[in-house]
Every structure is written in structure tokens, then in C-alpha cells.
Design a binder for this molecule. Structure first.
Ligand SMILES: Cc1cc2nc3c(=O)[nH]c(=O)nc-3n(C[C@H](O)[C@H](O)[C@H](O)COP(=O)(O)OP(=O)(O)OC[C@H]3O[C@@H](n4cnc5c(N)ncnc54)[C@H](O)[C@@H]3O)c2cc1C
Length: 355
């Protein structure tokens, strides 16, 4: 299955031209490309067939995503929905919620943004203030989410909100699906340092959400979201964002003797990271929540990506504009890669506590 899948992805990429980009899972958005991937059966390969998936495993998904990321293909449109919302629904959602959202997610007809962080709740997510109160059979959600990547393009928002005040603030949180075209939602752009628009602030003012759109058990959101972070942090995007730069430098013949020595070390570290995420995927397939292994690959992946940029820097004076553009993309994304999905020092303290 694995080699056949790899070949299918390569054939797909050859038949669907695009401009390779570094950080393409976060920064390269092409909804048509995502939908073509869905039609080719290359999204949601690990989900059950009855819910629009491929009936494969997390290891199969790893193979597909590795190929797509290495090529620098535009993946941002479907990434959040396919990487973590679908799997969260499969683990915790009611059968009704799974049937409503998984098939359109697998076709990239429904796309998600992540509404976790708030102005005073990032690393310390449990201090979030967004609240959901009962309203008949449904809920009304009020609050302010920030750094919400892609909310200006997505159809739906995942929201973590407080549904009750408990002695332990990790209790009383609940996960929701919210339609981004609901009355009461305001999405305001936040431009990044380059003036590009990926982030948003999303204000929710008594937004009505049907009761069936609560994910899993009301008040159990913290336990669920901790498991979800394994999907968010444990994949190959944490170290392959700069791979298009690495491969373009090689293809352009820019590697001198010094760079060749550095390349050997990078190749070895890449193999270690690949083995690590393979093991993480195997734990997911066994029904586990590899939260700490995922934090480890996120931390080490970021360090690896910084090393790729450092390795490529001295070669840039001889680079073509196309290779230089990949370097600029990698460099511009590098400060954020240590923060998004969890800041590097926080990953380190999670790993240390586990030991
Ligand atoms: C490119 C990018 C995309 C993002 N996309 C999204 C998104 O789509 N949805 C979403 O919900 N969020 C998103 N975020 C937000 C991201 O999850 C938060 O920025 C991150 O969790 C850190 O939270 P914070 O910004 O509030 O920083 P803080 O939590 O205030 O932390 C600031 C710094 O303090 C240090 N620190 C904090 N706590 C500790 C600790 N316990 N131990 C050691 N050091 C600590 C860290 O160095 C950290 O960098 C995105 C962020 C970036 C950069």
C-alpha cells in the first residue's frame, strides 16, 4: 500500500502543476488544488470509507503528506480540517457529527480554522475566556480568538470555549464547530511582518451554535484537546516546511565542499525525524495519543528547519531568483515556526515533565 500510495501522490503532483513554496501547508492556499486531491482520494486516506476516507492508516497519511510537503504543494486550504478536525471528530464526535462533517472535509468542500488562542490565552490555553451558554437545545458563544490562521477563507471554525466554571480550570471546557458565516461573527485581518494576511482576530458575539455541534462530551474539552495536539504537532510538516529549499539547492548544483559536509548531518537528522514521526503515526493507529512524542518532533523539527536555513545561507549569493525566493520564504516563516502550535520552551517543559 505504502509504495503504491507514494507513486499515486507523485503521479498526481506531475499532473497538477503548481509553484513550489516553503511552508506550503500554512502559507500556500489553493482550494481547487485541495479539491483535486480530494477527488483523487489523497485526502483523509486514514478515515473510514463510509465517512469519505480512504480506509487506510495514519502511516498511509504520513506517506501522502511527506510527498506533498517535500514538493512544496499548496496545502493550506484543507490542512487544519484534514489534519486535526476530522481526526478529532472521528475520536470524539457523535456519529451524526461525523456524518455531517467528515465526507465534506475529505473533499475539501468544508474547510476549518482553529479557534484556540485568545489575547490572554496562548501557551496557557486553559485560561481562555470565550464562553458558551445554553440556549434551548443549542448554545450561544461569545468571545475573542486571535492569530486564527485562515479564518477569512475557511467555512467553519473549531472553537474551544468555557461551558462552566469549575474548581480546576481544566474542567468545564467544551469543543465546538461554528459556521463562520453565522450572524455575530466578525473576522478582522492581522497582517504579519511581511504585510501578508494569514492571521485574523475572530470576535464571536452571542453566536448561535446547534447542540449537535458540540464535539464529544460537554465539559471534557481539555482532555479531548490535549489528544488533538498530537495530530497538530506530530506530523512531518514540523520539519519538511524547508525541504523545497533543500531540494532546490541540490538541484541547482549549489553545494560546495563545506555545504556537502553540512548536508550529511542534515540528511542524518532528517532520517531520525522521519523515523520519529513514523512511530508517532503507528501509536495513532493503535488508538493512542502520543502527546509528548508529538511535542518532541515539533521542537526538534523547528531546530532542523533553522539548520536548513543556516546551511543554505552562504550559498544564496550564487542562487537563482527562484531558489532565493524559497530561501526568503523559509526565513520569513522561521520565527513563527517555533511558536505556532505551541512555543518551543513550552514543548521543552512538557518533555522534561514527562521524564
Ligand atoms: C504562524 C502562527 C500561526 C498561528 N495560528 C493559530 C491558529 O490558527 N489558531 C490558534 O488558535 N492559534 C494560532 N497561533 C497562536 C499560537 O498557538 C500561540 O501564539 C502560541 O500558543 C503561543 O501563545 P502566545 O502567542 O499567547 O504566547 P505566550 O503564551 O504569551 O508566550 C510568549 C512566550 O513566553 C514563553 N512562555 C510562555 N509560557 C511558558 C512556559 N510555561 N514555559 C516556558 N516559556 C513560556 C514562550 O517563549 C513564548 O514564546 C498561531 C501562531 C503563529 C505564530
Amino acid at each position: 500500500m505504502t509504495e503504491e500510495l507514494r507513486r499515486r501522490v507523485r503521479d498526481f503532483l506531475a499532473a497538477h502543476p503548481f509553484t513550489p513554496r516553503c511552508d506550503s501547508w500554512a502559507g500556500s492556499y489553493d482550494l481547487d488544488f485541495s479539491r483535486e486531491l480530494g477527488k483523487a482520494g489523497l485526502l483523509a486516506v486514514s478515515w473510514p470509507e463510509r465517512l469519505g476516507g480512504g480506509g487506510g492508516t495514519a502511516v498511509d497519511r504520513l506517506v501522502v503528506t511527506e510527498e506533498l510537503l517535500r514538493a512544496g504543494a499548496p496545502l493550506a486550504a484543507h490542512w487544519v480540517g484534514e489534519r486535526q478536525i476530522g481526526p478529532t471528530l472521528l475520536r470524539h464526535g457523535s456519529p451524526e457529527l461525523q456524518e455531517e462533517f467528515c465526507p465534506p472535509l475529505a473533499r475539501a468542500e468544508c474547510t476549518f480554522a482553529l479557534g484556540m488562542s485568545e489575547p490572554d490565552a496562548g501557551s496557557d490555553l486553559a485560561s481562555l475566556r470565550t464562553s458558551a451558554v445554553r440556549d434551548g437545545d443549542g448554545w450561544r458563544i461569545t468571545g475573542r480568538k486571535i492569530w486564527t490562521s485562515g479564518a477569512h477563507r475557511a467555512s467553519h471554525l473549531y472553537v474551544l470555549a468555557r461551558t462552566s466554571r469549575e474548581a480546576d480550570r481544566h474542567d468545564g471546557l467544551t469543543e465546538f464547530v461554528v459556521a463562520l458565516d453565522s450572524p455575530g461573527i466578525t473576522v478582522t485581518p492581522i497582517l504579519d511582518l511581511r504585510g501578508e494576511h494569514h492571521f485574523n482576530e475572530v470576535v464571536l458575539d452571542e453566536v448561535a451554535v446547534p447542540g449537535r455541534w458540540a464535539i464529544g462530551r460537554v465539559g471534557e474539552g481539555w482532555r479531548q484537546v490535549v489528544g488533538q495536539l498530537a495530530f497538530e504537532r506530530g506530523g512531518p510538516e514540523r520539519f519538511l516546511s524547508t525541504y523545497p529549499l533543500l531540494s532546490a539547492v541540490l538541484a541547482a548544483g549549489l553545494v560546495d565542499d563545506t555545504a556537502r559536509r553540512g548536508l550529511r548531518a542534515l540528511a542524518a537528522r532528517l532520517q531520525i525525524l522521519r523515523a520519529w514521526v513514523l512511530e508517532t503515526a503507528q501509536v495513532l493507529d493503535a488508538g493512542g495519543s502520543p502527546v509528548v512524542p508529538a511535542a518532541t518532533s515539533k521542537y526538534l523539527g523547528h531546530e532542523f528547519e533553522l539548520s536548513v536555513i543556516d546551511w543554505a545561507r552562504p550559498l544564496m549569493p550564487r542562487a537563482t531568483p527562484a531558489v532565493r525566493a524559497l530561501y526568503d520564504q523559509a526565513l520569513a516563516a522561521s520565527p513563527a515556526s517555533g511558536i505556532r502550535g505551541g512555543a518551543a520552551p513550552v514543548m521543552l517543559s512538557m518533555i522534561a515533565r514527562d521524564n
